[in-house]
Write a protein of this length. Structure first.
Length: 304
């Protein structure tokens, strides 16, 4: 199952992807399933909070609505919203987690190309950075001259946990999504610590779908690619991660509580603009499309 959040009648609505590139509104059909106390969920974050019983409701709705077109929408007509709703906390982000990206970054910075991290390098992006599929991304030309892209697999946490062992880590995953970690490289360098360069408004496109974990046999087998105006810039497999999904959860949760709806961006592969010779920055009018096999495509256009 792939879930999404979209705008309907001026409010968020929870949807599930159905055949022929359509989306069924679960918010409008919630009463057709087994009863769960409370209002129908309006985003994926609210769905996660309802627990495992909510998935039984979803399956019943999909079966009952199989022949109905009343609350089914063509995906291309929808205004997609950030899938997890209004964020309660920052996005957890892993830096320097693909071998070839580490090498290209080290070379661009004049470091030993094989200086690999020994543990997770972590930073965060604030809730004000998050936008959805097809939402504009601001250039922020008054503060940065080197805006860059980074396709990343996003982990959506499904249940609360701390000190999670690696062998149990995937049990805490609700699903997977696409994140574009838009980065102001000059700010990242100027401030030393990465937060400022990673935290500009609209610098964290997410979505449009969250693929439920039950559909994923191996999170280290996702294929990722990103293009700018149709020019392929990044292509890799999550098999190339230095720290895999389970190890990320293990290290991050050590002494730190992860909660339902938390989002973890897992790092980007090689091909980023700043490592090119000469460096290539995003410009107003550029369209960036990030794709992960089985999840979908996240597209955003840069605006002044």
């Amino acid at each position: 199952m792939k879930f999404t959040t979209f705008a309907c009648d001026g409010q968020p609505c929870l949807g599930v992807a159905t055949e022929n590139d359509t989306v069924l509104s679960l918010t409008h059909t919630w009463g057709a399933g087994p009863l769960i106390d409370g209002a129908a969920p309006r985003d994926i974050g609210q769905l996660i909070e309802l627990g495992d019983n909510a998935l039984k409701v979803v399956r019943t709705i999909i079966e009952d609505q199989a022949g109905s077109e009343v609350y089914r929408h063509a995906a291309h007509t929808l205004q997609f919203l950030p899938p997890l709703g209004v964020p309660r906390k920052n996005v957890f982000c892993v830096g320097r987690n693909y071998r070839e990206h580490i090498i290209e970054g080290n070379l661009a910075a004049g470091r030993d190309p094989h200086d690999f991290p020994k543990a997770l390098e972590l930073f965060t992006k604030p809730p004000t950075a998050i936008v959805g599929h097809r939402a504009p991304v601001k250039l922020h030309a008054h503060v940065t001259k080197l805006l860059d892209y980074e396709i990343e697999l996003g982990i959506v946490i499904g249940k609360r946990g701390i000190d999670i062992p690696r062998e149990a880590a995937l049990d805490y995953v609700f699903g997977y999504t696409i994140v574009n970690d838009i980065t102001a490289r000059d700010l990242q360098k100027r401030h030393g610590q990465w937060f400022k360069g990673k935290a500009l408004d609209t610098s964290c496109p997410v979505g449009p779908y969250v693929l439920h974990g039950s559909a994923v046999r191996d999170p280290q087998a996702f294929e990722l690619d990103l293009d700018v105006n149709g020019e392929l810039r990044q292509r890799a497999s999550t098999a190339s991660m230095l720290f895999g999904v389970a190890e990320i959860i293990e290290q991050l949760s050590a002494g730190l509580t992860l909660e339902p709806g938390d989002l973890i961006a897992t790092g980007t592969p090689s091909g980023v603009g700043f490592a090119m010779q000469p460096p290539r920055a995003l410009a107003a009018g550029d369209t960036v499309r990030a794709r992960i096999g089985g999840i979908g495509e996240l597209s955003n256009t840069i605006v002044e």
